[in-house]
Design a protein. Structure first.
Length: 142
C-alpha cells in the first residue's frame, strides 16, 4: 500500500508575491542612521540620517527627516531638513516644510508648502539612484 501524499501549505512573505511592501516608521518612533530599501517607505516619526529607496517615500504631517533623501517619488507633508533627490516626481503638500535643495523631473508644490533651498528640475538620463544622487548633489552645489 502506497501512502497518500500529504498536502503541505506554505506561507509566503509579502515581497514574494505581487503585494506591495511598505516600511513604516510610525508616529512616536525615532531612527538614527542610514535607511535603505527597495520598497516604499512611510515616515510618521523621526529619521535622523540618509534615506534611500528605489520606490516612493511618504512623509506624513507628523513626520520629520533630518538628512538627505534619494528616491523614485516622494510625497511630503511633514518636515525635511536636507536635500531631496527624486528620479521622477516630488510632491510637496500644503503642510510641507523643506529646508534643503530639490532635484527632480517633476515638482508639484501645493499652496502653503515652504521651500528654503535651490530647485533643479528636468529630464535626466541617469538611471541608477546612486549615480543620480551624486550627479544631482554635485549640480546643486555648483
Amino acid at each position: 500500500m502506497i501512502p497518500k501524499k500529504r498536502k503541505t501549505t506554505s506561507t509566503t512573505m509579502a515581497n514574494e508575491t505581487n503585494y506591495p511592501s511598505v516600511n513604516i516608521i510610525s508616529e512616536g518612533s525615532e531612527l538614527e542612521g542610514f535607511l535603505k530599501s527597495e520598497h516604499d517607505i512611510r515616515i510618521g516619526g523621526v529619521l535622523k540620517g540618509t534615506l534611500e529607496t528605489e520606490s516612493k517615500v511618504i512623509i506624513t504631517e507628523q513626520g520629520f527627516v533630518s538628512g538627505d533623501i534619494v528616491c523614485q517619488n516622494a510625497d511630503i507633508a511633514g518636515k525635511v531638513s536636507g536635500d531631496v533627490l527624486g528620479k521622477n516626481k516630488i510632491t510637496l503638500r500644503k503642510t510641507a516644510v523643506l529646508e534643503g535643495n530639490v532635484t527632480t523631473k517633476i515638482l508639484v508644490v501645493e499652496e502653503g508648502a515652504k521651500v528654503n533651498g535651490l530647485c533643479k528640475m528636468g529630464d535626466t538620463s541617469v538611471v541608477d539612484n546612486k549615480e543620480y544622487g551624486e550627479t544631482a548633489l554635485n549640480d546643486v552645489e555648483k
